[in-house]
Design a protein around this ligand. Structure first.
Ligand code: HEM
Length: 503
């Protein structure tokens, strides 16, 4: 059956902020956390400030694609500015009379209040955005270069005092240099997999085009989801459906001004790279000899579920294969159903924890109906990730010492994602999947990248057996270190552009 585009909503591309559905194009990104200091001046500023829409992002991408097609090597300006508010910020603007659903409560109470649920460090010791600071919102400023970001700050946000705001904190992100552009600091290609989104950006033009034969997929293996999962006011998924492709109910905006907006989750995640590498080497070496003993490189790939190139272990379980690397048509063209025992890709590998595709919880020999139902549920737990790396490259001295310099040289990921339910999407994935040693199967172990345990609890990890493909040969690691450190974060709401003008 061909995809029925007409049944998908026409998305107001001029109204929705660009970072949500498309992603601001960026080599550099400044996150300017602000406090509103003068309400009248701030509201006047919001009336006219130039905000980057979904349409702007699509136009910028089209310009870059046209350049590439003509083989023109020239940097295209990609100015980006989006704005999101904390609950306190919406209150300051006088619009926070929200009903108290448990999800709105998550937003209202903020990330620090979920600390126990997420096994986050004590907020009193966070490095940034400790509770009690007057953070009303964040300006997300992006560009092709640092100079472009500074230019946007000068042209659109300055002068802060006259525009009724003041900076309370700033984070600076930068993509890593070639040839590891687009790779996070442990070295793995990031941003390889994103949900496909149903909906049209103009008559007959889908936001996510169908590139393969499957009418329920965008690129091959990229399942298409109803847009209500990521923006309020549209049909979403139905977690109880028989098939994930079924249209679910509307993601009703908790208040009318929230239509065409989304929640933004932000976390500063420091990465201890030399320590991670030393531990990967040590753990791989400690695995008893046998045909399934991995090299340090393979073991590292098993922690993530992909090789550094982005090629998934499901398609390349013993050797990296650039036919499936990031940017290729098949980088996401796989399910876990051919590997229910987790012998090619460990059950606890980061990508299998964070998006288990067709895995069925606690069941390695499911019936087709159970698989379909599990997939329908899983597709209500997705997120649009928009992170960027921060901090310097690892120095030779740090690499030799196997120890991070820390301080101003701290590096990591400024994690951002957009969802319409903080509770069911971001928090559920972190808590019920990544932190849960028995997901997706009993004894899977913790997500070795972002799983967080209660203090003093072990971090077990069950590896893979890609050569023998015998479950009994999977190595059991008793206690992996923790190499990603949550240093602070917050929940925001990114309203539509007309809503921002109406404040
Ligand atoms: C420093 C922290 C993190 C690192 C180093 C990291 C690294 C990666 C890498 C290398 C990938 C594979 C490439 C891709 O599919 O885009 C990935 C995928 C993913 N990550 Fe993370 N990540 C981090 C934090 C998080 C957090 C906090 C979450 C959410 C709770 C998350 C959720 C996901 C999801 C949903 C995927 C896509 C899985 C798929 O669709 O196959 N990650 N991450």
């Amino acid at each position: 059956m061909p995809r029925n585009l007409q049944a998908e909503p026409l998305l107001p591309v001029d109204d929705i902020q660009g970072d949500i559905l498309v992603g601001l194009l960026k080599n550099h990104e400044h996150l300017i956390f602000f406090e509103i200091t003068n309400l009248g001046d701030f509201k006047s500023f919001l009336q006219t400030v130039e905000i980057t829409s979904v349409r702007d992002c699509l136009d910028q991408r089209a310009a870059i694609a046209a350049n590439k097609a003509q083989d023109i090597d020239r940097i295209i300006a990609t100015p980006g500015l989006n704005i999101a508010f904390t609950y306190a910020g919406l209150q300051a603007l006088g619009v926070a009379n929200l009903p108290t659903s448990s999800d709105v409560q998550k937003f209202r109470d903020g990330m620090a209040a979920s600390r126990a649920d997420l096994n986050d460090p004590d907020p009193a010791h966070w490095q940034i955005l400790r509770p009690g600071q007057p953070v009303h919102g964040v300006f997300i400023v992006t560009g092709a270069s640092h100079a472009e970001v500074v230019d946007i700050i000068g042209l659109r946000l300055a002068p802060p005092a006259a525009n009724g705001w003041k900076q309370v904190h700033q984070e600076v992100g930068e993509v890593r240099p070639d040839p590891v552009r687009g790779h996070e600091h442990f070295g793995f290609a990031d941003g390889v997999s994103q949900p496909g989104i149903r909906g049209r950006v103009a008559a007959g033009v889908p936001l996510t085009p169908q590139l393969g034969a499957d009418e329920n997929q965008g690129a091959r293996g990229q399942d298409l989801l109803w847009p209500g999962e990521f923006v309020f006011g549209y049909s979403g998924q139905n977690q109880d459906a028989d098939e994930f492709s079924e249209e679910g109910g509307e993601s009703t905006p908790p208040a009318p001004f929230m239509k065409d907006g989304a929640y933004l989750v932000f976390r500063r995640l420091a990465q201890h790279v030399p320590e991670f590498n030393a531990s990967v080497k040590q753990a791989a070496a400690a695995i008893p000899a046998g045909s399934d003993k991995p090299t340090a490189t393979l073991f590292g790939a098993q922690l993530v579920g992909r090789w550094k190139s982005g090629a998934p272990l499901e398609l390349a379980s013993t050797h990296d294969d650039h036919r499936f690397a990031d940017g290729t048509a098949d980088a996401n063209n796989f399910e876990f159903g051919d590997d229910r025992e987790g012998v090619r890709c460990p059950w606890a590998a980061h990508i299998r924890k964070a998006y288990p595709r067709d895995d069925v919880r606690g069941n390695t020999s499911p019936k087709q109906s159970e698989i379909d139902q599990a997939e329908a549920f899983t597709q209500t737990r997705r997120m649009l990730r928009r992170g960027i790396t921060f901090g310097p490259e690892v120095s030779e001295a740090e690499a030799l010492a196997g120890q991070s310099a820390g301080g101003a040289k701290t590096r990591g990921l400024l994690f951002k994602c957009y969802v319409t339910s903080i509770e069911d999407q971001f928090e559920f994935v972190q808590q019920s999947w990544c932190n849960n040693v028995d997901f997706s199967q009993l004894g899977s172990g913790i997500d070795p990248i972002i799983g967080q345990t209660a203090p003093a609890e072990a971090r077990p990890f069950l590896g893979a057996a890609p050569v023998t493909e015998q479950s009994a040969n999977k190595p059991q690691i008793a206690n992996l270190g923790l190499f990603v450190e949550m240093q602070g974060g917050a929940y925001f709401f990114a309203p539509s552009i007309p809503a921002i003008r109406s404040f």
